[in-house]
Design a binder for this molecule. Structure first.
Ligand SMILES: *Cc1c(COP(=O)(O)O)cnc(C)c1O
Length: 385
């Protein structure tokens, strides 16, 4: 690996992470649900508009919990965008329910109320939505649709922490919202996540499912005099070591976001003129939307040019990447779900997207090098390889 290589993603180091870890190790309370879990959970709740936050070992596990709480099972259908990470799909398939894949708006990569509505049947139990790239989906209308049809709404907010639509926080619309603190996300603790419960009737059962099916959380609050096994569940809580790193990251949330926006804004400003000359579209941010600078992507004219630009960047020691293939045509997608209408836009999006390096620690010279590498791409026709 060259010293000059500009990697795609690099976790941000905070000032408090080592002192926090030392505190946990010397406190004797290393297992979950200690003071750092409390601190981090309160911070997440504040960022997502006030729901009850339960830290988990991953966003994938938070999605699993949302599925258990939604009581989806064999015979049920859940609507999910085809253009998303496998976690949203496995959470449905693991419960024996069927996935109904929804296509996306080709401008944003997000699904919409118009696309979802015709997919609702008498078997539909829930709708699962992603805010791709931290750009809010048509979430107020999707929430209205879900409520009017008696369906639960799961908001996969892995990219959307701190974002908003019409001034309302992403993660505040669903009955459940899920967060990821994987080290490729804006705020990270290696592996980690959170389930945000916005519908209070699910709060008590959520605590039980997270704690091996016991009412230990109520016991610790002194609400019952011993704890017992009361329900199904698993071990979804992270240790205090993860929570300590997470709390240190959240304490610097504003600074981390400002650093990411510096990169995002520089790409946007410097590629805006170049892009149309090559038939490239930059990421689209609707006017009512505050995004999160989780990623910066471009849509190339076609699949061939996606490969050509990625190779061109790699030759200049810049690591760009594509993203999800449309899940409806993946092997497990064919097994566990179906797309009533072919997800043509999802496939097209995944075949054209190029994401650029974006991390909080990027220096000016690195940002410029990425911009120069992109703008020196002269199109597929003139590439000599
Ligand atoms: C990263 C990601 C996940 C999975 O997060 P983990 O914390 O790694 O389980 C789920 N959904 C989306 C949209 C993601 O980007």
């Amino acid at each position: 690996m060259s010293d000059d290589l500009i990697v795609f993603s690099k976790p941000y180091r905070t000032a408090r992470e080592l002192p926090n870890l030392e505190k946990v190790l010397s406190s004797g309370h290393v297992h979950g649900d200690g003071p750092f879990t409390k601190e981090a959970s309160a911070h997440v709740s504040a960022l997502v508009g006030g729901g009850i936050t339960l830290l988990t070992t991953s966003c994938t596990h938070a999605l699993d919990m949302a599925s258990i709480l939604s009581e989806i099972g064999p015979g049920d259908e859940v609507i999910l965008p085809s253009f998303t990470f496998s976690s949203g799909a496995t959470a449905i398939a693991l419960r024996g329910a069927r996935i109904v894949f929804a296509d996306i708006d080709p401008l944003t990569g997000n699904t919409t109320a118009e696309i979802i509505e015709p997919l609702i049947t008498e078997r539909t139990k829930a709708i699962s939505v992603v805010h791709y790239g931290g750009v809010g989906a048509d979430i107020a209308r999707i929430a209205e649709l879900a409520a009017s049809r008696g369906l639960l709404l799961i908001e996969d907010n892995a990219h959307g922490l701190g974002g908003s639509v019409d001034g309302r926080a992403l993660g505040s619309f669903g009955d459940f919202a899920t967060q990821s603190f994987h080290d490729t996300k804006n705020i990270q603790c290696g592996e980690g996540g959170a389930l945000v419960v916005n519908s209070p009737q699910f709060a008590e059962r959520a605590e039980i499912i997270r704690e091996k099916g016991t009412n230990r959380a109520r016991f610790l609050r002194g609400q019952v005099d011993k704890y017992t096994w009361v329900d199904v569940g698993s071990s979804y809580l992270p240790s205090e070591l993860n929570a300590a790193v997470l709390a240190s990251q959240l304490a610097e949330f504003a600074a981390i976001q400002a650093r990411r926006f510096r990169v995002w804004d520089a790409y946007d400003a410097n590629l805006r003129e170049w892009a149309p000359s090559r038939g490239v579209s930059l990421m689209h941010i609707p006017v009512n939307s505050e995004h999160t600078a989780h990623m910066f992507y471009m849509l190339m004219p076609d699949h061939e040019e996606q490969g050509a630009l990625l190779s061109h960047l790699r030759e200049r020691d810049v690591v760009g990447t594509f993203h999800y293939g449309a899940l409806d045509s993946n092997p497990a997608g064919l097994n566990h779900g179906h797309a009533p209408t072919p997800c043509v836009a999802a496939r097209n999006f995944s075949e054209r997207i190029v994401r650029l390096p974006l991390w909080a620690g990027m220096e000016d010279a690195q940002i410029s090098r990425v911009i120069d590498a992109v703008t020196s791409y002269a199109g597929n026709d003139r590439i000599s390889m």
